[in-house]
Design a protein around this ligand. Structure first.
Ligand code: ADE
Ligand code: ZN
Length: 329
């Protein structure tokens, strides 16, 4: 497996979050109950996410978070993972962007050493914090010596601000040679995917599933080879679709769209990358189709070509040694 769409604070195990809250004397309110996050809609999910993020108070806390996340993925058979990092969230808990990214890079190095998993980071701006904050995040991502940061993206509440407002931020990132991805077509419809493509010409789109509502747009996404980072478990948890049979995953694939799978914010949505692959199977994607998701993820990864080649070789070896692709899809 390989994953391109996961928010690092959204991957924080509730047990780790509660332990750090106790250590620092932080009141989490009612966002964790019986070892699960509690929220009821997109807005309360974002609020719970923001509150849980405040427990990470040092470089070492972030190293631990990244190692925990990547070790979990590696033990499920994941070769490669990208995750979103948000300097604005770290700043809110008093950690400077440099220390935040350095801690996470240390976590990646530890997980790589222990398990062989490869990983990179994508800085995201948070759109509901405003254009200025997003441009600041882009300048941070574009700065010199940003170890393991290879992409820039936009997350947060899609209902706030127009995609075009963030053009400059994406230009800063593009000029620095970073890969570009943007959340769209999640809580908003196909028009938000069209607007995102027109405004920032991204390499990939976070979610994008609601593009299915516009046949001409789907044809264009397929023709341009724009990759969709699809997170079915997140979409079901947030109520975009009532069940996996109604989810557009299979129709996107049938339309020739390049698709990868991600868990988005796994414990918030009671999912994992392995569970996303199982959901895809339930949606009628066969084993070669699921293997193709992993291959697409590696082909669309924001990595240097040598790393990409090595990852493809590892994937082919894993698929061969398994005969039929199993846990290491
Ligand atoms: N930040 C964390 N998870 C997110 C999601 N699913 N959509 C938008 N912003 C997010
Ligand atoms: Zn996301």
């Amino acid at each position: 497996m390989a994953e391109l769409h996961c928010h690092i604070e959204g991957a924080a195990d509730p047990g780790l979050v509660c332990m750090l809250a106790r250590r620092y004397g932080i009141d989490l309110g009612d966002i964790v109950r019986d070892d699960f996050y509690v929220w009821h809609d997109f807005s309360s999910f974002l609020a719970a996410y923001d509150r849980a993020s405040t427990v990470f108070r040092s470089e070492e806390d972030f190293a631990e978070l990244a190692t925990d996340h990547l070790t979990r993925l590696a033990s499920a058979g994941t070769l490669y993972a990208e995750f979103f990092i948000s300097p604005d969230h770290a700043k809110l808990s008093g950690v400077a962007p440099e220390a935040y990214a350095a801690g996470l890079a240390t976590g990646i190095a530890r997980a790589r050493e222990a398990t062989g998993i490869e990983a990179r980071m994508i800085v995201v701006g948070v759109r509901h914090l405003g254009v200025e904050a997003v441009e600041r995040a882009a300048r941070f991502a574009a700065g010199p010596g940003r170890r393991d940061i290879t992409g820039f993206g936009l997350a947060g509440d899609e209902r706030i601000g127009a995609h075009a407002d963030f053009r400059k931020a994406f230009d800063i990132a593009r000029d620095a040679g970073l890969g570009l991805t943007i959340h769209a077509g999640e809580v908003c419809g196909a028009e938000s995917v069209r607007a995102a493509i027109d405004a920032v010409a991204p390499h990939r789109i976070g979610h994008g599933v609601r593009a299915i509502e516009d046949a001409a747009l789907i044809a264009e996404i397929a023709r341009r080879g724009i990759v969709l980072e699809v997170c079915p478990g997140s979409n079901l948890a947030l109520g975009l679709y009532p069940d996996i049979a109604s989810h557009p995953l299979k129709r996107l694939v049938a339309a020739g769209v390049k698709v990868t799978l991600g868990a988005d914010d796994p414990p918030f949505f009671r999912t994992s990358l392995a569970a996303e692959y199982r959901l895809a199977a339930e949606a009628g994607i066969d084993a070669p189709g699921r293997l193709a998701f992993t291959r697409t993820a590696i082909e669309a990864a924001f990595v240097d070509e040598t790393t990409r080649r090595r990852l493809i070789d590892r994937l082919m070896l894993a698929a061969l040694s398994l005969g039929a692709p199993g846990t290491s899809q």
